[in-house]
Design a protein around this ligand. Sequence first.
Ligand SMILES: CC(C)(COP(=O)(O)OP(=O)(O)OC[C@H]1O[C@@H](n2cnc3c(N)ncnc32)[C@H](O)[C@@H]1OP(=O)(O)O)[C@@H](O)C(=O)NCCC(=O)NCCS
Length: 314
Amino acid sequence: MEILDLRHFSAVDLRPLLDDETQLWERSLSWDYSGSAAMILRYVDAKILPGYAAVDRGLIFGYAFFVYEGSKGVIGDLFVANGGRLPDPHAVETRLLVHVIETLQQSPGINRVEAQLLAHETGVVAQPFVDQGFHRHARLFMVLPLENSAKPATPSRTDIEIRRWSEQDYQPAAAVITSAYRGHVDSEINDQYRTLSGSLRFLNNIVRFPGCGAFDPESSFVALHPKTRTLLGLILCSRVRQDVGHVTQVCVLPECRSKGIGEALLECSTNNLRQRKFSLLSLTVTEANARAVDLYLRLGFDTKRVFDAFVWEG
Ligand SMILES: CC(C)(COP(=O)(O)OP(=O)(O)OC[C@H]1O[C@@H](n2cnc3c(N)ncnc32)[C@H](O)[C@@H]1OP(=O)(O)O)[C@@H](O)C(=O)NCCC(=O)NCCS
């Protein structure tokens, strides 16, 4: 088995592996990965996706890729097929990760590396990260079934106004995100939250690019102060499968918390998705973010899996 540069290969070589991976995401996360897979294959064909492939007798049975975002490297994905062909798929995952981590840590100008490996159970791929000095944060993948759950009675409120997300909200939403995550564990995991320009980049990625599903404006809302019309909080959702929504962001200004605004925003999204016959809403949350975890549990979300986020600062 050899580990080779992904740029030696074309979409035809990688497609069978991505078909396997798409099935895995469907089975374990109710997530339609086919859009992401198509995007990855386009980049592979263009020979612009940095990464590695695990190859045996000409066949690719594992791959990992990463992207550069300024002085940061982000590990995008790791997948090894486990169709009975491999005696130890975990050893292949480790070898791929060691290559990716070493490449990123040795890349000139790279002083930060982030990875969130949603499809891998906590601990399973942690060793190469821990060995290279990464911090590890447990994250939960939670789901709320929508089909049969009764619509909760929402008390009408006069102290806040909630309306749909609109284009005009970018700048104020970035300001809310930056305040909401100041000193927060999630801004250790994702450094975009630390600055206004980073939060704008985050929003732009979520709303305009189909990386984390396709942005769903109908189930995305903002909470406003009824008199001043200033933005107090927001919830953004994407569509990750035809009938599955995913919360990509929910936050409330620190001074406005514990008044039920977070809950009201989540209810607006779940009600909208229920009306549109979605069957599931999912989200990810850092385990140490106890306040948010408690809120989701109270609303009926269940933990489907625990995965890890890794961060290295050089
Ligand atoms: C998570 C977050 C969005 C929750 O928002 P929120 O508006 O404070 O949430 P709610 O008020 O609806 O519910 C949370 C708390 O308020 C309480 N609460 C709910 N309705 C209430 C009401 N009418 N009056 C008083 N308290 C109320 C809840 O019991 C809960 O208890 P707590 O005060 O012990 O935390 C907010 O804490 C936040 O922005 N955190 C930082 C960003 C973040 O972590 N986002 C989630 C990432 S996955």
